[in-house]
Design a protein around this ligand. Structure first.
Ligand SMILES: Cc1cc2nc3c(=O)[nH]c(=O)nc-3n(C[C@H](O)[C@H](O)[C@H](O)COP(=O)(O)OP(=O)(O)OC[C@H]3O[C@@H](n4cnc5c(N)ncnc54)[C@H](O)[C@@H]3O)c2cc1C
Ligand code: FES
Ligand code: FES
Length: 495
């Protein structure tokens, strides 16, 4: 076991030792390294002012992703490379095309959020080998960067035009150097970073992960830290022992067999989105509306389930798809229907030392029968007030099976069992759906909170059943947002 972590910061090796392992990357940059170009706006992953680019080796190639530095714990960067805004300029102070485009279009206004915008654009530029972005992609890439003066127009123009500018003048091939440096950081030892009363483990194998969790069953598992990061920055929780999933080989794997999609619990939304969109177009689009690009680059589907939140977006969709949860303790696996995992508010069917290993989702014969609807106050980067997911199978005009699940309607993600029972065996008609509406009150008594009133939730949940029926039976009716295309292949235009 190594007693320190190592990562690259703007091309230089840094060691992480003898410090609180919940030190955020943002605090390290600003307070230790005086790299104050990266700003702190919200410290909870919402505003994007702290955006940096994290690069890592994936199948031998370097992958660049924008993340929020405010909710990344420093040891999570083991073996990775961090680029901050200070490193964008070239020799002689020449600006990177993403910066030059912001200057040319007057896209920099207050200056506070501009470094975050530049870093999101830089990640997209690197990802697309120097190409500019179309408008939908620009909207998507920048949805996690808030401009408080609302000057998005010029910023989006910068995103569209940066690819027209000369490539950066970085001298010796920086990409090749980064690749070599990242290869040199590869190893399979478990990394431990400890202070006097905190310890952070980053194991590299599933076996070691399971052993560590068996030894420290009270440890906090951290995957993307898009929830756990906020426990520290907002709730000021002191986490004693942390075990990190991000280095575990195979934990992020996504595999499609003849009839099942298996998603490793450590797969981020960004890792999974393309495959999800291919097999379940609406789920791909639902995931595209989770948080922002930065949040999706870090947050995992396993974390979205394990946190037990009643308003997480993946659980209702995966319950409607009849997914199975694979849990693991040591060498022993346990499989349960996903819906049984959510026992009550804050209570999940998870034993001490047990963790989420994977999710298995049966593939559909007719993917079009599966639909998801996410209702939020803002289209992008907002948590669902209600999320309704439907999979109704109709044979010869009759409903042969129905799986309908909602988030935001109860203390857990929950099936609408009484509504389903009112549909099965009946003719699939508007009359049947309307007759089933009265059954919603048997399934749910939703709460009123800042996102929606109880009445709004109940009525919109009912309306979503009608919408699902209309979309399936009147394909030419306009039921989804017009003018906002999907940016993922296979993804549906969503509402
Ligand atoms: C700005 C912002 C926007 C967001 N928007 C959305 C949204 O639109 N929709 C939505 O659903 N969520 C949203 N979230 C919430 C969050 O992104 C998701 O819940 C995310 O999936 C959590 O995954 P993670 O990997 O970051 O989990 P972490 O924060 O690392 O962990 C979350 C919880 O899961 C546990 N855990 C993680 N992995 C495992 C495992 N393998 N086994 C057992 N326990 C485990 C952790 O111990 C912790 O209790 C948002 C968050 C932020 C900060
Ligand atoms: S400071 Fe707002 S997202 Fe990090
Ligand atoms: S550029 Fe900072 S508020 Fe708009």
């Amino acid at each position: 076991m190594r007693d320190h972590g190592t990562f690259l910061l703007n091309g230089e090796r840094h060691e992480i030792r003898d410090m609180s392992p919940t030190t955020t990357l943002l605090n390290y940059l600003r307070e230790d390294q005086k790299l104050t170009g990266t700003k702190e706006g919200c410290a909870e992953g919402d505003c994007g002012a702290c955006t940096v680019v994290v690069s890592e080796l994936v199948d031998g190639a370097v992958q660049h992703r924008a993340v929020n530095a405010c909710i990344q714990f420093l040891p999570m960067l083991e073996g990775k490379s961090v680029t901050t805004v200070e490193r964008l300029r070239g020799p002689g102070g020449t600006l990177h095309p993403c910066q030059q485009a912001l200057v040319d279009t007057h896209g920099s206004q207050c200056g506070f959020c501009t470094p975050g915008f530049a870093m999101s654009l830089f990640a997209a530029y690197e990802d697309r080998q120097g190409k500019g972005l179309d408008r939908d992609t620009a909207n998507d890439v920048l949805a996690g960067n808030l401009c408080r003066c609302t000057g998005y127009g010029p910023i989006i123009t910068a995103a569209e035009t940066m690819g027209d500018l000369p490539a950066p003048q970085w001298g010796e091939d920086r990409a090749a150097r980064e690749l070599r440096a990242l290869e040199a950081l590869c190893h399979t030892d478990t990394v431990k970073v400890a202070s006097t009363d905190q310890q952070f483990f980053a194991p590299a194998t599933l076996g070691e992960f399971a052993e560590l969790f068996a030894e420290f069953p009270d440890a906090t598992i951290v995957a993307g830290a898009t929830d756990v990061g906020l426990w520290v920055t907002k709730r000021h929780m002191h986490l004693k022992t942390i075990i990190y999933t991000g280095r575990v080989q195979g934990f992020a794997h996504i595999a499609v067999s003849d009839n099942t999609l298996t998603i490793g619990a450590g797969a981020t939304y960004s890792d999974a989105i393309q495959t999800l969109a291919e097999h379940f177009p609406d789920l791909g689009e639902l995931v595209r509306r989770i948080g922002s690009t930065q949040v999706r680059n870090a947050g995992t589907i396993g974390g979205n389930i394990a946190n037990g939140s009643p308003i997480g977006d993946c659980p209702p969709a995966l319950i409607a798809l009849n997914a199975t949860l694979v849990l693991r303790t040591g060498d022993a696996q346990r499989r349960i229907p996903l819906e049984d995992f959510f026992v009550d508010y804050g209570v999940q069917d998870r034993k001490p030392g047990e963790f989420v290993e994977a999710i298995e989702v049966p593939l559909l014969e007719n993917p079009d029968q599966f639909r998801c609807y996410k209702l939020t106050k803002r289209f992008d980067q907002d948590i669902s007030a209600v999320c309704g997911c439907f999979h109704v199978t109709v044979d010869d005009g009759q409903v042969s099976s129905a799986r309908i699940a909602y988030g935001g309607m109860a203390a857990t993600p929950k099936r609408a069992s009484a509504v389903e029972a009112a549909l099965v065996g009946k003719a699939w008609t508007m009359e049947t759906c309307e007759a089933a509406l009265s059954k919603f009150s048997e399934d749910f008594s939703p709460m009123t909170d800042m996102r929606a009133s109880s009445d709004y939730r109940m009525r919109s949940a009912q309306n979503l059943l009608i919408k699902y029926f209309v979309e399936g039976t009147e394909p030419l009716s306009t039921t989804r947002l017009v003018g906002r295309g999907s940016t993922i292949a296979g993804g549906a235009n969503h509402a």
